[in-house]
Design a protein around this ligand. Structure first.
Ligand code: ADP
Length: 265
């Protein structure tokens, strides 16, 4: 198993929101588990990838969904021509060979997955492969990172305190206007004036959160709009396609956002 295949070779572009790079560096130095919190598409995953690159450590990412079970993370026996054979899951691979394991949107996964991360996130730093009868002591480079969107949580679906209190946490939000504009210029390859206008539209939409919108327009969607503009689509069409149509089907809110777009561009 060559864990170095999970290393990121080229620097992922990342504009810091605050002092998160220093804070994460300190947490990694002590191998503390980290939770990155914030709305969807605000740069959490990009940040973790950037940090893995900066620290020169491999990173194994799992996008969690409701079908993810403990076995998907830990591993299972598979049947092949030579009989049964154990295959490590992503979490086991990271713990065994020393990678950062990033569990994106962990709350989406089934409750039984929480149990397997508990022993890995306290002083034990170990992972029990019950089916295989093996206890793994985590590699010194191993670190667990999870992402969490506070906006989505309901009482039915939330991390328990016993899980939350195993992580230190970094709060993320949409980047400040100047920073977000720079992100759009670099990632979406638009000029500063266009990027600034997109940021203004984003601001307008984010003010509608709680007044008809569940969540504001993400930086990810703003990068899409910039990319469409860069492809030659008119800014107004690009914005409607990337910023409005995906997030709401409410006719009034669409109208409000469309009007804002037409006013700003
Ligand atoms: P999240 O994990 O929070 O859902 P991502 O990290 O996938 O969101 O960010 C979505 C996209 O937004 C990225 O692919 C990138 O293009 C852009 N982005 C957001 N924040 C930043 C940032 N601070 N620096 C660079 N790019 C960013």
């Amino acid at each position: 198993m060559d864990i170095s295949q999970y290393k990121i070779n080229n620097e992922p572009f990342y504009d810091a929101q605050s002092n998160e790079v220093e804070l994460y560096t300190a947490a990694y130095a002590a191998r503390l588990p980290v939770m990155v919190k914030g709305p969807t598409g605000c740069g959490k995953s990009r940040f973790v990838e950037h940090m893995a690159w900066k620290l020169g450590k491999p990173i194994i990412t799992v996008s969690c969904n409701e079908d993810i079970t403990a076995s998907d993370l830990v591993g299972r026996y598979l049947l092949d021509a030579n009989g049964t054979r154990w295959v490590d899951g992503p979490l086991t691979m990271a713990a065994r060979y020393g990678a950062i394991c990033y569990l994106d949107e962990i709350v989406e996964a089934r409750q039984d997955t929480m149990v397997v991360i508990h022993a890995l996130t306290d002083h034990r730093r170990e992972l029990s492969l019950d089916k295989k009868g093996e206890l793994i002591k985590a590699h010194p480079d191993f670190q667990l990172v999870i992402s969490y969107n506070p906006g989505y949580q309901s009482l039915m679906k939330d991390l328990k305190q016993s899980t939350k209190q195993r992580f230190c946490a970094l709060d993320f939000d949409y980047a400040a206007p100047e920073v977000e504009s720079h992100i759009l210029q670099v990632e979406g390859k638009v000029d500063a004036a266009t990027a600034d206008k997109l940021v203004k539209i984003g601001e307008t939409a984010r003010n509608l959160k709680g007044h008809g919108l569940d969540e504001g327009i993400s930086t990810r969607l703003m990068v899409y709009a910039a990319t469409l503009i860069n492809q030659g689509i008119t800014p107004i069409e690009a914005c409607k396609m990337a910023l409005v149509r995906p997030i709401t089907d409410d006719a009034d809110i669409r109208q409000t956002l469309d009007n804002a777009i037409e006013m700003i561009f």
